[in-house]
Every structure is written in structure tokens, then in C-alpha cells.
Design a protein around this ligand. Structure first.
Ligand code: HEC
Ligand code: HEC
Length: 210
């Protein structure tokens, strides 16, 4: 993988470090095994617009999300850094290898990054680009922790995730800080809606989808 270092100077957040080239090759997940292990997950993540109840928001799209981020998110549900009873119950039953396999299956080949940005970037989203890309589809630099693709994600899910970082329910050093830039519910909504309408590799992980 070719490392593109331009733009790194703009990076903020002490917890974000540049990995050596070895760190960018993601640990060996087996996508074929991952597809089998994802069996119990289709019920929610494999249905277009399937909703979480109380509070009501759509479950996140996982197809073509970054593998390293999927693994990190599953570990956070497992250890409680992300509070969600169902996802905690799902994640505790997964070994590290299960997570790698599932993540390899969901990501597939390295996600294509659409370069187009739809509409002007609202002030609420200008400081997100260093890690998420101007249009939310990522940056070339291999960052750790791996920032997720935001482009094309469900806006109501993005809103609830940002609110959870903001009020400390999701415990993440980087996003705990970044979410404080959004001062009101209206700011959160503006950022979420901007990223949600961007061109995206993300899709619902329906059975048989690639
Ligand atoms: C009963 C419904 C349900 C099932 C079953 C389920 N999930 Fe989830 N999943 C959710 C919801 C709701 C969220 C969002 C939780 C939150 O607000 O943090 C979520 C979040 C996630 C995320 C975080 C995505 C992101 O963008 O941060 C991952 C990864 C994930 N699930 C993977 C899985 C895997 C793997 C399985 C099967 C082992 C699974 N889920 C089973 C409902 C479900
Ligand atoms: C310094 C790098 C950095 C910056 C700047 C940054 N983020 Fe993040 N973002 C991350 C990382 C890393 C994660 C994964 C955190 C985790 O594991 O929960 C993340 C996660 C998220 C998520 C969760 C997505 C999901 O699928 O659950 C949202 C939403 C988000 N960021 C929005 C934003 C917005 C909006 C801004 C600008 C106000 C922003 N981020 C700025 C690094 C960054």
C-alpha cells in the first residue's frame, strides 16, 4: 500500500497515530468463515431500514465499512465502552478471530472512496475531514484507531452515535473530544445529514450481498 502523507499535518487528536506499513495490513480474517459467523446478525443488519427500538433509529449499514473499525466497534460493545445491551450480548459471544473473520467478510475489498462532495460542507462538518475525509468516505493515511466511513450512513444512526459520544455514553477519547465541537442538537443533525447524503460504498449487509 502506498502511504500518502500529505494532509497529515492537519490531523488532530493525541490518540491518533500513524502506523508503520505493517500495521496497515489487517490481521488475517477469513471472509468465507465470516459470512457463516454473520448468520445471527442478518436479522437486524441484513434488513434495509431495520430499526432499533427505544430509542428509535435505524441500525447501521455495515457492508464495505472498514474491517479495522468493525473489529474496534465490536470490542467496544464487548467491553462496555459502547453501551448497547443487544450488541453487548452479540459481541461477548465472539472471539477476536470471529471478529476479524466477520470484519473481513463485511468489508470485502478495500472500500472505493468516492471523491465527489455533494453540497457545501456545513460549518459543523469542516473539522471532521482530517480523519473522516471531506465527504466522510475516509482518508488515505492509515490512522489508528481507524475512523469509520460516515458517508451514506443512516442520518438518524449518526445522530445518535454523536449524541452518545457527546454525553459520554460512548467512551472514545478522540470522538469524545470532537463531538464537543457540536454545541446543540441542531449542530449534530447538520453534521449527520451532511455525511449521510454523500456518495458512499456503504450498504446494508443483506444475505448474499458482496
Ligand atoms: C437485535 C438487532 C441486532 C443484532 C442481532 C445485531 N446487531 Fe449489530 N447493531 C445493532 C444496533 C441497534 C447497533 C447500533 C448500536 C449503537 O447505538 O451503538 C448495532 C451496531 C453494530 C456495529 C457498529 C457499527 C458502527 O458503525 O459503529 C457493528 C460492527 C455491529 N453492530 C455488528 C454486528 C454483528 C457482527 C452482529 C452479529 C454477531 C450483530 N451486529 C448483531 C443491532 C443488532
Ligand atoms: C482525530 C480524528 C477524528 C476527527 C477529527 C473526527 N473523528 Fe469521528 N471518529 C474518529 C474515530 C477514531 C472514530 C471511531 C471511534 C470509536 O471507536 O467509537 C470516529 C467515529 C465517529 C462516528 C461513529 C460512526 C459509527 O458508525 O458509529 C461518528 C458519527 C463520527 N465519528 C462523526 C464525526 C464528526 C461529525 C466529526 C467532526 C465534528 C468527527 N467525527 C471528527 C476519528 C475522528
Amino acid at each position: 500500500m502506498v502511504l500518502r502523507l500529505n494532509g497529515l499535518a492537519r490531523l488532530v487528536g493525541a490518540a491518533v497515530v500513524l502506523l508503520g506499513a505493517a500495521g496497515t495490513t489487517h490481521a488475517a480474517g477469513d471472509p468465507a468463515l465470516g459470512e457463516k459467523k454473520f448468520y445471527t446478525c442478518y436479522g437486524c443488519h441484513g434488513n434495509e431500514n431495520y430499526r432499533n427500538a427505544y430509542p428509535d433509529y435505524r441500525v447501521p449499514k455495515l457492508r464495505h465499512q472498514h474491517a479495522a473499525y468493525i473489529v474496534a466497534a465490536l470490542k467496544e460493545y464487548k467491553n462496555g465502552d459502547r453501551p448497547h445491551a443487544t450488541m453487548h450480548a452479540q459481541a461477548v459471544s465472539l472471539s477476536d478471530q470471529d471478529m476479524e473473520d466477520i470484519a473481513a467478510y463485511l468489508q470485502g475489498p478495500e472500500p472505493v472512496k468516492p471523491t465527489k462532495t455533494v453540497g457545501p460542507v456545513p460549518p459543523q462538518a469542516t473539522q471532521c475531514g482530517a480523519c473522516h475525509g471531506e465527504n466522510g468516505s475516509g482518508v488515505e493515511a492509515p490512522l489508528d484507531p481507524k475512523p469509520p466511513v460516515l458517508a451514506g450512513q443512516h442520518p438518524d444512526y449518526l445522530e445518535q452515535a454523536l449524541t452518545a459520544y457527546h454525553n459520554g455514553r460512548r467512551k472514545n477519547v478522540v470522538m469524545g473530544g470532537m463531538s464537543q465541537l457540536l454545541k446543540s442538537d441542531a449542530d449534530v443533525k447538520a453534521a449527520a445529514e451532511f455525511f449521510a447524503r454523500q456518495p458512499s460504498p456503504l450498504a446494508t449487509a443483506t444475505t448474499g450481498s458482496k
